[in-house]
Design a protein around this ligand. Structure first.
Ligand code: ADP
Ligand code: MG
Length: 376
């Protein structure tokens, strides 16, 4: 057996970067999350040659202050938490300080242009593969405040990922549109624009595709993305845990915002084979299957079908629904997988009981019939 030795820092870093940034969509996700953390109300994603040539995310958020700029690309450098305990009051998507560094490691080049309201002019910074600034120059690209991150040849330094990205190029745009839908639904006030630039950089053919404008509510975003017919069949409900009935004074608040098919909705419109279960915790999209929250989708499906008096196995299709669980970050742990889409829930039973209450409010109370007694 070979002797155990410590990996050199370059190898260790690249192995880790490959977990954070798996494909072009994951770059878009990390940059969109950074834009949302910076309180942007407008986010534009530009894909040059389906992202293979470059991907750029431009936001109108806070921008990055002068003193923070040298740290942006360094591993484990973040402005979002200062110590482990801060995870208990986390209100941002990011906290590990690794995405920008990992992207620098994989890509041919990364440049970042930023301006805060206090800066007279924007500045553009070029980063090397270690995440260190190598050049800077003034830029007129941002007039108010915000940040634009441009990733040139995303998988230049990882041949297998590059090949995979080429193979999956037809899927990339669709995946990024799905990503915009997922984040757009829980951030109705944010305008998202996705632009494809085909063949030959900025001089090439531009295919603009507005994904969603600013809307007042999530239901309005659903209307915009999925159409009026589906939106008109949904019920929008918020329920808050009733503290009067709570035993524990230091109990943690729990609010559910659900948008579910109404009892009299047309199942041909509401049910589909495509997964349209949108589940969130504090506006963060959650992979319900990997988070052991599949029960929620099963509960919604069962109650909706019962309300319509459909047999449970009448259709394998599942209903559209949106559910945002709003609670303290003490109640869940997102530090499970590199992409943070998996959560561990602390009091899962309490959550499921509350989902059941929400379903009661939409579909009426549901009583299971007692099992019939054998006749003697
Ligand atoms: P994290 O989001 O976990 O902090 P990142 O590597 O994604 O780590 O980003 C590092 C830091 O760079 C962030 O903490 C933030 O301070 C800054 N940053 C990155 N992108 C933006 C952006 N679009 N707007 C403002 N600040 C940003
Ligand atoms: Mg981040």
């Amino acid at each position: 057996m070979a002797s155990i030795q410590s990996l050199d820092s370059h190898t260790a870093r690249r192995i880790h970067s490959g977990q954070v940034i798996t494909n072009i969509e994951s770059i878009a996700k990390e940059l969109v999350e950074n834009a949302l953390d910076a309180k942007a109300t407008s986010i534009e994603i530009k894909l040059m040659d389906d992202g293979l040539e470059a991907i750029e995310v431009i936001d109108n958020g806070s921008g990055i202050s002068q003193e923070n700029r040298a740290m942006v690309g360094k591993k484990h450098c973040t402005s979002k938490i200062a110590c482990f305990e801060d995870l208990e009051k986390l209100d941002t998507f990011g906290f590990r300080g690794e995405a920008v560094n990992a992207i620098c490691d994989m890509a041919k080049a990364l440049s970042l242009t930023t301006k805060t309201l206090a800066d007279p002019i924007a500045k553009m910074y070029h980063f090397d593969s270690q995440g260190i600034i190598t050049r800077e120059a003034s830029s007129a690209a941002i007039s108010s405040s915000g940040t634009a991150v441009c990733v040139d040849r995303p998988f230049y330094n990882l041949a297998v990922r590059r090949q995979l990205a080429i193979k999956e190029r037809a899927l990339t745009v669709k995946r990024i549109q799905d990503l915009v839908t997922r984040y757009g639904l829980s951030h109705p006030q944010v305008r998202f624009l996705c632009r494809q630039i085909l063949h030959g950089g900025s001089a090439g053919v531009k295919v603009p595709s507005l994904i969603k404008p600013t809307t007042a509510t999530t239901l309005d975003t659903i209307r915009y993305v999925f159409g009026n017919r589906l939106a008109s069949m949904l019920v929008d409900k918020v329920i808050v845990e009733n503290f009067d009935q709570q035993l524990d004074s230091d109990d943690i608040p729990l609010t559910l915002h659900g948008i579910l098919p109404a009892q009299d909705s047309d199942p041909t419109c509401v049910l589909s084979f495509t997964d349209r279960a949108f589940l969130y915790i504090n506006q963060r999209p959650i992979n319900y299957a990997k988070s052991d929250l599949r029960e929620i989708t099963t509960m919604v499906k069962r109650r909706y079908k019962q309300a319509l008096r459909m047999e449970e196995d009448e259709s394998r299709k599942a209903p559209f629904f949106y559910l945002d669980i709003q609670t303290s970050s003490l109640e869940f742990d997102v530090n499970v997988e590199p992409d943070k889409s998996v959560v561990f829930i602390h009091h899962k039973e309490r959550l499921l009981a509350m989902v059941s209450r929400l379903l009661d409010e939409v579909y009426g109370s549901f009583f299971t019939l007692p099992a019939s007694q054998p006749t003697s």
